[in-house]
Design a protein. Structure first.
Length: 236
């Protein structure tokens, strides 16, 4: 069964079809979505596959899929890992899954992979076990994707209306040189503002003059237009 799944996914990645792969790999966002026919093959609903087969696939086998060169394999593997984490009541197994996730971060280097998995596994694990230091350590890594994973994982805390970790994570990379971090930090602050605008305003008043323009634009996106213009023009 596992072999059949892998073969079905690999079928879409043969050399003669390479020219079409960029379109296919935009599943749900590009020209082909789940359920569409792609050169005679039905695009898989990866979440449905994951929910059906996650119990039959071991962590080492998920590790093999995460090391695949194909995005679709890695995304399906992460959906399976999320299902394993969410379904188990075994604390020891949750520890194993979280450790497995941390040990396989090298294969999680894509926007979709990060946004689909990390706060559902790592953010929840850190929250449930008071392990904020895990996310802080990731935010201080030299690896750009580790930093991004720390930002997205912190979303679990925002959903619980806990903002202190958000502020710590953002401040650790406020002046990072890469635009990806500017967007990530600004997005995280915007979500904080959606939960509690006063928290965002207080943070902005203390730090906005040191914030990269991209971070600031994302952070203030949902504020009143007059307030937004005041921040953008440096009048606050």
């Amino acid at each position: 069964m596992i072999k059949d799944i892998k073969n079905a996914l690999a079928e879409l990645s043969t050399p003669e079809k390479a020219a079409f792969l960029p379109k296919f790999f935009k599943t749900g966002k590009g020209e082909y979505g789940e359920g569409d026919l792609f050169l005679g093959v039905k695009v898989p609903d990866q979440r449905a596959v994951a929910k059906e087969f996650y119990a039959k696939i071991s962590l080492p086998e998920i590790g093999e899929m995460l090391s695949s060169q194909y995005h679709e394999h890695r995304l399906t593997a992460l959906f399976m890992l999320i299902s394993k984490f969410e379904k188990t009541k075994n604390t020891s197994l949750k520890d194993q899954i979280a450790l497995f996730y941390l040990n396989n971060l090298k294969g999680i280097n894509n926007w979709d992979l990060v946004d689909s998995s990390c706060y559902k596994i790592l953010g929840r694990y850190a929250f449930e076990n008071q392990k904020e230091d895990l996310l802080i350590a990731l935010s201080e890594s030299e690896d750009l994707w580790h930093k991004r994973i720390a930002v997205v994982s912190t979303m679990h805390y925002l959903k619980k209306s806990i903002f202190e970790l958000t502020k710590k994570i953002v401040l650790r990379n406020l002046s990072h040189s890469h635009d990806l971090m500017h967007k990530a930090n600004g997005w995280l602050l915007r979500e904080m503002g959606n939960k509690n605008e006063t928290e965002l305003i207080d943070f902005l008043n203390a730090h906005y003059k040191k914030m990269p323009r991209t971070s600031l634009r994302y952070a203030i996106e949902k504020l009143d237009e007059n307030v937004r213009q005041d921040y953008l023009k440096g009048k606050i």
